[in-house]
Every structure is written in structure tokens, then in C-alpha cells.
Design a protein around this ligand. Structure first.
Ligand code: HSE
Length: 357
């Protein structure tokens, strides 16, 4: 799915402009027809063939961590010196890999290229989306610590999960139409929905639980300290991308909700000092061309700060910005971003462009 979004974005941006020759690899359809990207399209090549991969100057993979873990070490052991660019977590925290989010850490990427770093990895989606929204505050050095409570879309779990979410919605929508009538007793409708959740045929093979009309407050594996791995990535990857000399504490709870492909986050920031709101908004808004500061009004929030609006777009709105009643150094905000674009494919696409320049 990330690969499809990456290809769509590359076509939109006319990246296949003839300045490089693309070879398409596959793990399942060797010899099949490659995608039509406006270049000649030779048959798909075996993605496990180290000989074929090592003929490339740059390998871009959207296959996920298992593929990277299997192929990357063999490719490097074969003496391959090309650039490896992927979006999997397998290499992210290695010392000789850079997590790429160029609107935030372009200087680190440029230094890495100069220093001969060869592995460039897209970050965790919640981390990348949070930084696209709030890097202006980190850049000013104002953040003492942060918590992020996430509302993560089905797409983060994969294509099968997106389908399962819609199947779950269909099951809920298929209760007796008489119960949905305005004059019917609402508690009868509620009881019917609860009963659907308990049916053996309720589709939950992928999520392991109902998500439609519900939520799942657990994402990824358990860590030893009670965090989930998704929650641990918040502190580990953010600090690595920012290249902080002193770790900025970040923690929170990561929750799967029934959105299709936009992750949202409610954030609390402890500022190092009482920074006025106009300066905060200016720092956020001026950081990059995709972030949007949304006025803290009901009309603007409902109209502009929702997965339904941001789906499929590169903009990263940040709203509900205000000082908390806890004190003038406590800032809260809410942000939404497309998990498949800035959360996955876009940093990888842009890294490829940087390497090709
Ligand atoms: N781990 C994320 C999620 C997606 O499950 O939503 C990948 O960054």
C-alpha cells in the first residue's frame, strides 16, 4: 500500500522524468508486468536476488521490516555500496542510518550524505506527522517535555485492516432497519449493535477486536516498562530525527480508532518558558509549507481539523491551540495528518530525489 502511494506521488510529481532508469522488483510475481510509469517497463525482477539488487545505485523498498531484515544485511555483505531507502523500522535506530524527514532534518541528511552514510529510513508515522506539525516549537528550543495521545487510523496496520474496518462498519449497519427508524427505541438499536460485536461471524481476524464504533488502545508489541513499542518510538525517533544532545522526554498513549488513513494526535507540551500565543502560532506556521494553524473556534475546527478533510492531502493542520489551565507554560493542541503521505511515502520519495540530485 505504501508502495502504491509512493508510485502515485512520483507520477504526480513527474519524478520519472528520464533522469534515472527504474527497475521494479517483486517478492511474489517475478517476470510479471511492471507498473507503467512512462518508461519502458521490463518484467519484474526477483526482490530476493542479491545479484540483481546489487546492480542498482539506489534501492527503495516499501516491503516492510521482515524484507529489510532478510535482504539488507546480505546486500551489504556482498559489498554493495549503494543507497538503501526504506520506510521500515528495522534499520531506523542503527547508528549508521538516518531517519529521514527533510523539512525537519535536511541538514542532518546532507551531512550524512557527505559523511558516506548509505541507509536512509522513513520514520514512524505518528512521529513524522507530529514533527511536520510542531517542528517549529522544537526548532526554537521551547519544548521541555511532551505527551502525545494518538488516534491512529486503520491504514497504519495495513491494507487488510482498512478492509476489515469497512466490513465491521457494514456489519453494524446491517442491523434490522426498523431499529434505525427515528421512532424506534434508541436503546434497542444500541443493544442490537452490542450483540453484533459478540457474533462469531463479526470480522476481526486482523484487529483482534471490534474497531468500528469502538477503539483499541494498543498498537505494536509490548515493551518491558508497560509502554507499547509505538509509544516508545515517540521519544526514540523524535530525538534521533532532531539530533538532540539532551533527550527531550516524550510519552503518551497510542490508540487505534476507526479512521481510514489519517492519524490524529492530542498533544500536551510543557514549555521551558511562558511563550506568548502569537509567537507560538508564528513559529508553528512558518516552519514548513505544509503545516496549517487552524483557529481555535468550533467552525474552523470542525471544518478543517478532521481525518475526513485531510485524507489524501499533504497538509498538516494544527488546531485547538491554547494555554492549558494548568499554567502558562502548558500548551495543548490537536493535529491531523495523512498516515500514508507524510506518515510513510512522502519522506521516502523526497529522500530519493535528494540522493538523485
Ligand atoms: N505503526 C504505525 C501504526 C504505522 O500502526 O499506525 C507505521 O508507522
Amino acid at each position: 500500500m505504501v508502495g502504491s502511494v509512493l508510485l502515485e506521488r512520483m507520477m504526480e510529481e513527474k519524478d520519472f522524468d528520464g533522469s534515472f532508469e527504474a527497475t521494479f522488483f517483486t517478492t511474489s510475481n517475478v517476470g510479471g508486468q511492471g507498473p507503467n510509469v512512462g518508461q519502458s517497463s521490463p518484467p519484474l525482477v526477483d526482490a530476493f536476488s542479491i545479484a540483481d539488487l546489487s546492480a542498482m545505485d539506489v534501492v527503495v523498498s516499501c516491503q516492510g521490516g521482515d524484507y529489510t531484515n532478510e535482504v539488507h544485511p546480505k546486500l551489504r555483505q556482498s559489498g554493495w555500496k549503494g543507497y538503501w531507502i526504506d520506510a521500515a523500522s528495522a534499520l531506523r535506530m542503527k547508528d549508521d542510518a538516518i531517519i529521514v524527514l527533510d523539512p525537519v532534518n535536511r541538514a542532518m541528511i546532507d551531512k550524512g550524505l557527505q559523511d558516506g552514510i548509505r541507509d536512509y529510513v522513513g520514520g514512524n508515522c505518528t512521529v513524522s506527522l507530529m514533527l511536520m506539525a510542531l517542528a517549529g516549537l522544537f526548532e526554537k528550543g521551547w519544548v521541555e517535555w511532551m505527551t502525545s495521545m494518538t488516534y491512529q487510523a486503520a491504514s497504519g496496520a495495513g491494507a487488510k485492516n482498512m478492509r476489515e474496518l469497512v466490513l465491521q462498519m457494514e456489519k453494524l449497519g446491517a442491523v434490522d432497519p426498523a431499529l434505525k427508524n427515528d421512532r424506534a427505541n434508541i436503546l434497542d438499536l444500541d443493544r442490537a449493535i452490542t450483540k453484533v460485536y459478540q457474533e462469531d461471524s463479526f470480522p476481526k481476524e486482523n484487529f483482534g477486536a471490534p474497531l468500528a464504533g469502538a477503539l483499541i488502545p494498543w498498537i505494536d508489541k509490548a515493551m518491558e516498562n508497560g509502554q507499547t513499542k509505538e509509544e516508545w518510538k515517540g521519544i526514540a525517533e523524535t530525538n534521533k530525527i532532531l539530533g538532540t544532545s539532551q533527550t527531550i522526554p516524550i510519552d503518551g498513549q497510542c490508540v487505534r480508532i476507526g479512521a481510514m488513513r489519517c492519524h490524529s494526535q492530542a498533544i500536551t507540551i510543557k514549555l521551558k518558558q511562558d511563550v506568548p500565543m502569537d509567537q507560538i502560532e508564528a513559529a508553528i506556521a512558518s516552519h514548513n509549507q505544509w503545516v496549517r494553524v487552524i483557529p481555535n473556534t468550533k467552525e474552523s475546527t470542525v471544518a478543517e481539523l478532521s481525518p475526513a478533510v485531510v485524507n489524501g492531502k499533504l497538509i498538516v493542520p494544527v488546531g485547538r491551540l491554547r494555554k492549558m489551565t494548568l499554567g502558562p507554560e502548558y500548551l495543548t493542541c490537536f493535529t491531523v495528518g495523512d498516515q500514508l503521505l507524510w506518515g510513510a511515502a512522502e519522506p521516502v520519495r523526497r529522500m530519493l530525489k535528494i540522493v538523485l540530485c
